[in-house]
Design a protein around this ligand. Structure first.
Ligand SMILES: Cc1cc2nc3c(=O)[nH]c(=O)nc-3n(C[C@H](O)[C@H](O)[C@H](O)COP(=O)(O)OP(=O)(O)OC[C@H]3O[C@@H](n4cnc5c(N)ncnc54)[C@H](O)[C@@H]3O)c2cc1C
Length: 495
């Protein structure tokens, strides 16, 4: 079943507990801090079920129709269908929603393509597969909180320090399930989602078994509260002043649990620290979710190039050869990420295989793109900053100017350029400021550094997947070909 936008919004009015500071938000679809972003999420659901998109955004299995981001790929065409679906979703938000419904859905789909790994020690394979089926049948929006708190990652570093960590962990086992208490960071998009996956995407020291719990929590679970960071829409004076803060803040929350009961059928891993992290790289889970991140970055990059060019056009700077060179550089960077996304599909892998013949995006190319995005985003934003100059600070403080006829006439007269009228220029420059200078922009800079884990984690993925034997063979052959007095070199033609 493909949900309508209205049905999704309805599903968020479920009694969930969300706090902004000490204020309890009772309805995220109505509260000014979240309302417009909730509408953005709703529009994703509408786009997905529009008849002209269905071929790409959905698939049929056993007579039922599901969202394509729940498709377990068996061919390059299936992978491409996933990519195109991510692109359509990301284009709707200019790549500004990192955890749109397709991100964690990709991770769960990847797990469901090799769910046997969950049975290695814990026997929860069936739970995961049933949960996957429940998610796709209800077109559920999942988010996740999968980073262990700092104190439980490296027991060796903290040796000798007695810690009472407040991190989310199992505090009791019962016949019906487990009981969780503590906090877990940082669930992006959770206030607009239906379920939160709890787990560990980064390493967890073996002795902290109780933190290894991997399970699904409905957002309205009794005892669960979401503590939001400052929602940027709340301080945006109007959509015209802060167009992105107003409509595209996906929000981040810390998940706080006070004796939340999780039934066994929603538990996927328990008491196994190694597997709680390993399951994402032993299956296509990490690759599928981060492929979405790569596609999302591509959407953002296309928007950034268009934006920088329009700002330069509005000032006439686009006619300066040195400026065109910088715009060309930006366009080349956009082409680079587009190529990296396509390469992951073209060079796909016959993995994890199995009786169903499942396939995956090229993992190495995906991790390389992840590293590229993480490394380059700040520099790209800086390049855009340089190109737009001080224009972004020349606009009036807020749009109340337009409500005063005298001031409006002056604004329309003085703030135009020979190349752009003043109102269009206002929108363009406020949009740009929200991307490179506002608090919303600052959050994005941080997000692009950390969404796949910090740089050490991201690069370690590439280290792990690299074909070192092949790389070493190149060097070893080259060295062997160098003649040493008394020992003949191996001719390149003979190798
Ligand atoms: C905007 C935003 C959205 C997020 N959304 C989500 C989400 O949806 N779900 C989720 O689960 N998490 C989310 N996160 C959390 C994110 O995954 C973590 O921030 C990230 O993994 C880094 O962990 P940390 O913040 O605890 O920083 P730390 O691990 O404390 O790292 C901070 C810095 O310390 C240094 N450092 C730490 N460890 C090492 C090491 N071993 N070697 C060398 N240097 C090291 C590095 O310089 C690193 O950058 C989000 C974070 C941000 C900023």
């Amino acid at each position: 079943m493909l949900k309508t936008g209205a049905e999704h919004l309805d599903s968020l009015r479920d009694g969930r507990v969300v706090y902004i500071g000490s204020e309890r938000v009772h309805d995220v679809t109505a509260h000014p801090a979240f309302r417009a972003a909730a509408e953005t999420v709703s529009s994703i659901y509408e786009m997905k079920r529009a008849p002209e998109n269905l071929d790409i955004t959905s698939y049929e299995e056993d007579g039922e129709r599901f969202s394509s981001y729940y498709l377990r790929a068996r061919s390059r065409d299936d992978l491409w269908k996933r990519t195109q679906t991510h692109k359509k979703i990301a284009d709707l938000t200019f790549g500004l929603f990192g955890r749109s419904p397709d991100h964690v859905a990709g991770l769960l789909t990847g797990l469901a393509m090799k769910a046997d790994v969950l049975d290695q020690k814990s026997g929860f394979r069936g739970n995961l597969l049933n949960h996957f089926d429940h998610m796709r049948r209800n077109d559920t929006y999942p988010s996740y909180a999968v980073i262990p708190p700092a104190g439980v990652r490296h027991a060796d570093i903290y040796a000798g320090e007695k810690r009472e960590d407040p991190g989310l962990r199992v505090v009791e086992e019962t016949d019906s399930g487990v009981v969780l208490s503590g906090m877990k960071m940082l669930a992006t998009g959770a206030v607009f989602s239906n379920e939160i996956l709890i787990g560990n995407l980064t390493p967890l020291a073996a002795e902290f078994k109780e933190y290894a719990i991997t399970c699904a929590l409905p957002c309205n679970s009794p005892g669960l509260a979401m503590w939001a960071r400052r929602p940027y829409a709340q301080t945006a004076t109007s959509e015209m002043d802060y167009p992105l803060s107003f409509r595209f803040d996906e929000s981040d929350v810390v998940v706080v649990c006070d004796r939340v009961e999780v039934p066994w059928e929603k538990v996927f891993i328990h008491n196994d620290a190694e597997l709680s992290r390993g399951c994402y790289i032993m299956t296509p889970a990490n690759c599928f979710s981060n492929h979405q991140s790569n596609v999302r970055f591509w959407s953002k990059m296309s928007m950034l190039v268009g934006l920088a060019s329009r700002v330069c056009q509005s000032s006439g700077n686009d006619k300066i050869p040195a400026v065109r060179e910088q715009l060309g550089r930006l366009a080349a960077l956009e082409g680079a990420i587009a190529g990296m996304v396509h390469g992951q599909v073209m060079a796909y892998e016959d993995w994890p295989g199995g009786p169903e013949g499942y396939v995956c995006f090229n993992r190495r190319y995906m991790y390389a793109a992840l590293n590229w995005c993480t490394e380059n985003h700040s520099a790209i934003i800086d390049l855009v900053r340089e190109l737009v100059g001080g224009h972004v600070l020349q606009m009036p403080a807020d749009s109340s100017v337009l409500e005063n006829p005298e001031l409006r006439a002056q604004f329309e007269n003085y703030f135009a350029t020979p190349f752009m009228d003043s109102i269009t220029r206002w929108k363009l420059l406020k949009f740009t400021w929200d991307l490179i200078g506002s608090e919303f922009a600052g959050r994005h800079t941080l997000y692009e550094k950390f969404y796949g884990g910090h740089s050490v984690i991201v690069r370690n993925q590439s280290y792990r997947e690299a074909p070192w034997d092949d790389f070493h063979a190149i060097v070893d052959d080259a060295l062997a070909a160098i003649p040493v007095p008394g020992i003949p070199g191996i001719n390149a033609m003979d190798r």
